[in-house]
Design a protein around this ligand. Sequence first.
Ligand code: NAD
Length: 685
Amino acid sequence: MQQQEPAAPTDVVRYTVQDRVAVLRIDNPPVNASSMAVRTGLMHGIQKVAADPRITALVLIGTKNFISGSDLNEFSIPQLPEPELPMVIRALEELDRPVVAALSGATLGGGLELALGCDYRIALAGSVIGLPETSLGMIPGAGGTQRILRLLGPAATMSFVCEAKRHQLTLDQGHKLVDRVVAKDLLAEAVRFAQTVTTKRVLIKHPVPSWEPGAVEQAAATAISAGQGRGQIISAVGAIIAGTVLNAPAALAHERAEFTRLRHGPEAAALRHQFFAQKTLAKAHRPAADIELQRVSIVGAGTMGMGIARAFAAAGVQVTVFDTNERAARSALERVQGDLQREITKGRLSAAQAAMIRENLLVVSDCDQLAGSQLFIEAVFEDPAVKAEVLAHMESIAGSAVLATNTSYLDINRLGQALQRPENLVGMHFFSPAFRTSVVEIICADATGQSARDLVFAAAKLLGKVAVPAKVGDGFIGNRIFNAYRRQCELMLEEGVLPYQVDRALTDFGFAMGPFAVADMSGLDIAWRMRRSKDGSRDPRERYPSVADQLCEAGNFGQKTGSGWYGYAPGSRRGERHTGVEELIINTSALKGIERRSFTDGQIVRRVLLAMANEASLVLAEGVAERASDIDVMLVLGYGFPAYRGGISFWAANQSREQLEREMTELAETTGYGFTPGDLELLIS
Ligand code: NAD
C-alpha cells in the first residue's frame, strides 16, 4: 500500500474487531449517505487494518442502509473534497487482506461502487442495489461501469447502468453482483464469511467476459432510445464500450472524466434541484407514522374514480366504488380487469399484484355499502352543484370520516359550506392515470382540520405519491399554471402558428406532450365546460381565444370523437394535421383582424415558459403554493415538464434577469387587458 498521510478517525465510521476480523460500521444518519466524513473514516479504518498484522480480514457494514448513495450536496461544489471515492476504493483494493461488504437496506450509487471495490459482497434478503446516477444526469464516477462490466459483460452492464433501476435481492433470487444473500444476522454472517475467505479478489483486475457484438449493439440502441438520447446515457454507453477496448486504468480515468464533466453540466444541476425539491416536500409533510389506512370509499366510477380505486387496491387497501350509473360502473370494472390481464401478458404486472387489486376492488350498486371507510373520495362530474350534493350525501354515510374531493378547479371552501363538518373536507387532486402518476395535489380549505390533513398525506405516502400542498384557488397550483400556458398557446394560434408547430416546439424542448395533443387526449369538453362556467364573470376587454369553443360546438372533442386539434384515423391515437382546423384558425385571425406572423420554435417555447413563470409567481404571492420548488415538482411530475430542465423556477433562475424583464413587458403588451404581472423575484430567490 502507498504511504499516505494517516486519515483522521470520524464518528460516522466505527472500528471494532471480532475474532481477528475488523469491522467498519458506517453510521451517518439519516440515510447513511457517503460524505467526506464517511470517506475519511473509511480511509482511517483501512489504514488501521493495514498497520495491524493480527487482523485477517475486513468487513464493511452500514446502519440500516449500507450506503444509500453519495451526498448530492457535494456534487454541486466545483471540487469534490478529498479523499474522493476512487481513492477509498483503491485503498481497499491495495489492502493485503480480503474485504467483505455486508449490504443491507439500500446500496446505491457510490455505495454500490464502494461495495464493488471490496473483494466479496454478502447481502441481507430484501435489500436493494442499483446505480441511480443516470437518472441524476451523470454516470457513475468511481468505477461502477468498469467493475460491473467485469461481472455482467457489456450488454447487461448497459441495461444496469442506463435503466438506473433498483434491484431487490431475495433468498431465491440474488444477483450476479452479490456472492451470497442471507435471511438474517448480517454482521455475524459477514464475519463468518470473512473468516472463510483467504484470498483477495480484485474485480478491476479481472478480464471483461467475452461478448457478442450484435447483443452489445442492440443493448446500446435500446438504452439510448429508452433514455431519449440524453447525454448521460450516451456517455454511459461510451464508458462501457471504452472498458472493452482500453486497459482498466485508462477506462477508469475516462469514466471519471465523463462523470466530472456531466456533474458540472446544466442537466445534472437541474435534476439535483428536482431531487432536493422532492426531498424538501417529503420532509415538510411527513405523515404521522401511526395512521393505518385500511378502507377507502369512492363515489364516481369514471376515469378518475376507477384509477384512484386501482391505486389504493394495489397498495393493499380495500376499496368500495359507487356510481349512480350502475352499468357504466360495471363496465368500468370490466375495463380494469381487462387492463390487468393485458398488463400481465405484457409482463408489466405480476399475477400476484393483479390478484391483490382484484381482491381489494369492489363496485357496489347501493351507496350505503360505502359505510365504514376512513376516507371517502368523490370523483364525479366537475359541476359544483353535483359535487355539493354528492359530498353532503357522502357525509351522511361517512359520519366523521374524512371526505376528499378530486375536483380540478372548484372552490373547496364553497363545497365545504354544504357540509355539517367542513373540517373533514380536503382536496385530493389526482392525475390521470391515477394508478400510475407519481404526484397528488393536496388542497387544504380554510376549514380543513389537522386530522383530515394528516390522513390524506398518509394516504399519498401509502400510494407512493409525492404530495404537493396547495391552498384553494382556481385550478390550485398545477391547473392554474397549465391554463395560463395553454391560453398563451391558443393566443399564438390566432397570431400566426398552428397546433403542430406549438406541440413540436414544446416536445423538442422536452415536454412529454404538447398542449394540443394533451387536450385531444383528455378531451376538449372538460376545459370547454370550465370556460362556460366562467362566461358570466369574464371581462369582455380580455382577449378570448375562440377556436377551441368552435371545435367543441361542432362536436370535436379530441381523440374520443376522432377529431379535435388533430384528426384521428379510426382506432388510432396518432394525431394528423387537420386541414379544416388549420383553416378555421387562419380564418379566425382574419375575422379578428390579427395579422398572422411567423414564430420560431424558440419564441414559442420562451413565451410558454414566461407565461408559466409569471403565473407561478402569482401562485406564490397568493400563498396557493408554499414554495417555488413545490411548483417545480408539480410541473415535472404532473404536467410533463422535462425533469432535466429542473422546473419553472429553476429555468427562470438561470435566465438573464434583464431579458426576462424585457420579454415579460412584451408578453403583457401582447396578451393585453387582464394580464397580471407577477413578481418573478418570488420565484427566483
Ligand atoms: P368521468 O365523466 O369519467 O366520471 C364521472 C363519473 O361520475 C361518471 O361515471 C358518472 O356516472 C359519475 N357520477 C356523476 N354523478 C354522480 C353521482 N351523483 N353519484 C355517483 N356518481 C356520479 O369524469 P372524470 O374524468 O373521472 O372526472 C371526475 C372528476 O375528477 C372531475 O371533478 C374532474 O374534474 C376530476 N379530474 C379529472 C382528471 C382527468 O384527467 N380526467 C384529472 C384530475 C381530476
